[in-house]
Design a protein. Structure first.
Length: 263
């Protein structure tokens, strides 16, 4: 059977829109045969691959500190540590190694030593996930082996390459579509400035890499959401769901005989 792959961008709380994509696909009895993700996309992907439904993951995000800020740690390379995030992953993942997941998963993080993106797909699961979601300066870097890692989005916020050699069809979900114009009275708080500058810097690379997808879902309205807006989970889920349904005929055609059937 041919394989359908799904690549999920980073984007903090905006990654909840990926769950709407997965829900729309599931309604058509379609499940991806491989997933690749960065940061929030990697977290969504691993929870889904580990057996949680899109709605279960949304409730988990709403009820816990996933994609939120907690565990203040001043006087370190990052303002916050990731201990709470590590505990949440350990609690909600039934496996500890990539090899124990039922379908292939690729997680991208940024290696500070080599200044390159690094893709993890085997071995221990938790540390690469933490590294992939480790926003620079906000969180402490994550140590794996002898190297320090931060958010995969710094170098590669749309890791489609791991899927191309093993998938016959690739669908991409991108949750950082930038508003082309913002009004003068837009609230320019520090968190928004950091977020917008980060995604302005990487946007060109993302759209170039979109050519590696058979279908690229660039969700609208994302500039209205902050990276920690988990309280708006229902809105984000709905955007991803509706945007995916707009392209239903195309992905149904792409997925014909090129996917794993749900159940």
């Amino acid at each position: 059977m041919k394989r359908l792959g799904l690549v999920l961008s980073g984007g903090g709380a905006r990654g909840i829109a990926h769950l709407g994509v997965l829900a729309a696909l599931e309604e058509a009895n379609i499940r991806p045969g491989a997933l690749s993700g960065t940061s929030a996309g990697a977290i969504i992907a691993v929870l889904y691959t580990a057996g949680h439904s899109p709605l279960e993951i949304k409730r988990l995000i709403q009820d816990t500190a996933f994609f939120g800020i907690s565990h203040l740690l001043l006087g370190k390379p990052g303002v916050f540590n990731m201990d709470g995030f590590r505990n949440l992953l350990q609690e909600h993942l039934p496996v500890t190694k990539f090899e124990d997941l039922p379908i292939p998963l690729f997680v991208t993080a940024t290696n500070l030593s080599t200044a390159n993106a690094q893709c993890f797909s085997s071995g221990p699961l938790i540390e690469p996930l933490l590294a992939s979601a480790c926003m620079p300066v906000v969180f402490e870097p994550v140590t794996i082996g002898r190297h320090q890692y931060v958010d995969g989005g710094v170098v590669d916020n749309f890791p489609v390459e791991p899927l191309n050699p093993i998938c016959d069809v690739v669908i991409g979900s991108h949750v950082n579509r930038l508003a082309e114009f913002l009004p003068a009275d837009h609230p320019w708080h520090k968190g928004y400035i950091l977020d917008r500058c980060f995604h302005l810097a990487i946007a060109k690379n993302v759209y170039e890499k979109a050519a590696g997808c058979d279908l690229f879902l660039d969700h609208p309205g994302m500039s209205a959401f902050g990276i920690f807006d988990t309280h708006r989970a229902d809105e984000l889920f709905d955007i991803g769901y509706k945007q995916t349904l707009l392209h239903r005929n195309k992905w149904l055609a792409l997925a014909h005989d090129a996917c794993q059937q749900a159940g």
